[in-house]
Ligand binder design. Structure first.
Ligand code: FES
Length: 140
């Protein structure tokens, strides 16, 4: 019997061997919240200490509830999976509640990522927080 291996199977295996748990791998492969939002209420950008770049797009309703979030990312698998998990943690929350999301919350949703990738979680969270703070201060 011949088992066909797709490139995403190969990527999945590589990431698992590197220490990424299944939820983190799924977030990375699905990239559900990658891209931009037309008519976003806020667009903010942050550059990580590693030189990677994240841009967050936020859409909020009249009650300051986060309707939609997208990220554009020039970065690693850790950064992409962390950003996708961060979106799920803030969607449907008020901007003030979303600011309470921290690195530990994202790590829990991801299940696990390699230790040397923990700063990628920080970048995702800091970018989200910066976007929300700039939205609140009207600096968009
Ligand atoms: Fe730069 Fe992951 S190595 S964000």
């Amino acid at each position: 019997m011949v088992i066909k291996t797709t490139s995403s199977d190969a990527e999945r295996k590589m990431l698992a061997e590197a220490g990424y748990a299944d939820p983190a791998i799924n977030y990375y492969l699905e990239k559900k919240y990658m891209g931009h939002i037309e008519n976003a209420d806020q667009v903010s950008e942050k550059i990580g200490s590693c030189g990677d770049i994240m841009k967050v797009y936020l859409k909020v309703d009249e009650n300051e509830i986060i309707d939609d979030v997208r990220y554009e990312i020039t970065g690693c698998a850790g950064a992409i999976s962390a950003a996708m998990a961060a979106v799920e943690l803030v969607k449907g929350k008020t901007v003030n509640d979303a600011l309470k999301m921290n690195d530990g919350d994202v790590f829990k949703v991801l299940g696990n990522i390699p230790e040397k990738k923990h700063h990628c979680i920080q970048l995702a969270v800091k970018t989200m927080h910066q976007g929300i703070e700039e939205l609140k201060s009207g600096k968009n």
